[in-house]
Unconditional design. Structure first.
Length: 389
């Protein structure tokens, strides 16, 4: 048999094997081996959001550690690589390129930051890398159109709308002011609140903003106080929630305050103290420690074992919920794991409850977050749940 004939037969044999046994010759998707799945994340670990980002990382990591101790998922352990992006979209782009091209991650899970997530969505879509729980409040994150994006939070505008409705409908407010973070995260909440107030034939009597690097918001508190509101909506992160309520306490100013779920974070209690927080209402889109449910108890056990110094709350629960959901998607994808099968597995979840966030309802046509909210109130240094989701 001559050389060309041998080469032809070899090619034919390979083609036949590929047809009969497609899994035998197909290269695995990046980040998947017979005993490991490599996932990634980017978090603002050095920024004004550092405290929350650290807790979010610890919540997800605690779950992955617990999972690996139990044998992993479908026989594979999870390796989770977390990069700091300093809440800087340019840095986010660089670290995501590293995660995808150098580290070869299979998927990305439990990231934090509206503007930073938005900065890398086109790249991830182009590469077909799934991203689960890109924590932020934008339409492209929480009602995504990209096939690879799965959001577990509601829109920030819907949160703002809910807080305004609660202020007027439940608390009887007639004069509402708004204090919000001066970026997409806060502006969307502000816009939602303004639209909701219009439906009640009201408009905000005052507005003030801050940026995450601010260390003093006393001027903003004074300016809002001068507008004489009977309720203030906070579209805000934990540090600045604490600064706001402490300054209001110092001034002896006691409007009804309704805050974003971040105001439920234990860090706010540590920074502000129970007296400054007393009576503050909180919009809930994650569980709070005081919820007496099996899911919350289990989450607290996992967190206490792996990160005993981290208090349960908004960010740990959010990070852990994302980890739980991507693992469920991996389970459904089966042993022959690919990104396409992970996406199909996530879409097959339908109505799915982690117990740490409101139920998601995913399908091939909807990858978005929930629309239901709960409410709680700070009372005596603890959160009392007033309304479930």
């Amino acid at each position: 048999m001559n050389g060309p004939m041998r080469a032809l037969l070899a090619v034919t044999a390979l083609a036949t094997a590929a047809f009969l046994f497609p899994g035998a010759t197909r290269a695995a998707d990046p980040g998947v081996t017979k005993d490991k799945i490599t996932l990634g994340s980017f978090l603002p670990l050095q920024s004004g959001l550092a405290a929350g980002a650290t807790q979010m990382r610890e919540g997800a990591d605690a779950y992955f550690k617990s999972l690996n101790e139990a044998g992993g998922v479908n026989g594979r352990k999870i390796e989770w690589i977390v990069e700091n992006d300093s809440y800087n979209p340019q840095q986010t782009a660089a670290v995501v390129k590293k995660l995808v091209d150098r580290d070869g991650v299979f998927a990305i899970v439990s990231t934090l930051g509206t503007v930073t997530n938005l900065a890398v969505l086109p790249f991830l879509a182009q590469r077909g890398v799934p991203i689960v729980n890109p924590a932020g409040g934008h339409l492209l994150l929480n009602k995504p159109k990209d096939k690879n994006v799965f959001g577990i939070l509601p829109l920030s505008s819907e949160i703002g709308e809910s807080m305004a409705d609660y202020a007027v409908g439940k608390l009887g407010a007639k004069r509402v002011a708004i204090f919000y973070q001066n970026d997409q995260f806060g502006k969307d909440q502000r816009d939602g609140a303004v639209e909701a107030l219009k439906k009640h034939n009201l408009q905000a009597v005052g507005e003030a903003t801050y940026v995450p690097s601010d260390v003093d918001v006393s001027a903003q508190v004074v300016s809002l106080r001068q507008t004489d509101p009977d309720a203030v909506i906070l579209g805000i992160i934990p540090k600045h929630a604490a600064l706001f309520v402490k300054e209001a306490q110092r001034l002896g100013w006691k409007p009804k305050i309704i805050g974003h779920n971040t105001v439920a974070d234990p860090v706010v209690l540590d920074l502000a103290g129970p007296e400054a927080l007393e009576g503050v209402y909180v919009n809930l889109m994650t569980a709070v420690d005081g919820m007496d449910t099996p899911a919350v108890k289990k989450a607290n056990e996992i967190l206490a074992k792996h990160y005993p110094k981290t208090k349960p709350g908004y960010y740990p629960y959010l990070g852990m919920a994302g980890a739980m959901i991507i693992v469920e998607g991996i389970k459904r994808a089966g042993d022959d794991l690919t990104r396409a099968k992970l996406i199909a597995g996530l879409e097959s979840l339908g109505r799915h409850e982690t117990g740490l966030v409101p139920p998601i309802e995913w399908s091939a046509s909807y990858h978005g977050g929930p629309k239901s909210f709960g409410y709680a109130q700070w009372q005596g240094g603890k959160l009392k749940v007033l309304q479930g989701w």
